[in-house]
Design a protein around this ligand. Structure first.
Ligand code: DQA
Length: 139
């Protein structure tokens, strides 16, 4: 199976960025551990700070793969375009947030993406990504 992991703006800074909220592990380090956990899955990883690049990647792969794990960062709370892209493609998506967005500022409580996703995992740290993959593999 093929799964695409998408990280949006500022998530390239994981490990350095506000470690009290987001932890001290870089995503590339963590990615190695999930590649080891899912040896039979073709994992693709894409990170961008640019909304249009995220849309392009969803369009490019979203009709051919078995699932999308998406943490759109702050675009979660602003981007109708990203929600439309997830709605346009055939691959099912799971939305992940490292931090518990519901325990934070109220502007983080609403997501444009959630209605276009099969489900949402928030507040479980990086573990949320592997749980999302595990779920997508059951479909
Ligand atoms: C985040 C939560 C968002 O509100 C924030 O803008 C991020 C990261 C998370 O993973 O907890 O950039 O998506």
């Amino acid at each position: 199976k093929k799964i695409l992991i998408i990280n949006g703006p500022n998530l390239n800074l994981l490990g350095k960025r506000e470690p009290a909220i987001y932890g001290s592990q870089s995503f590339l380090d963590y990615l190695k551990t999930i590649e080891d956990q899912f040896p039979n899955v073709q994992l693709r990883y894409f990170q961008s700070n640019h909304e249009g690049e995220l849309l392009d990647k969803i369009h490019e792969l979203g009709f051919d793969i078995d699932g999308i794990v998406i943490n759109a960062g702050a675009l979660t709370h602003t981007s109708i375009a990203l929600a439309d892209a997830l709605g346009a493609v055939t691959a099912p998506a799971v939305e992940v947030h490292i931090s518990n967005v519901h325990a934070r500022e109220s502007y983080r409580h609403h997501s444009y993406l959630s209605p276009k996703c099969k489900g949402v995992i928030v507040g479980l740290g990086l573990t949320g990504y592997e749980l999302a993959i595990r779920y997508l593999l059951t479909l």
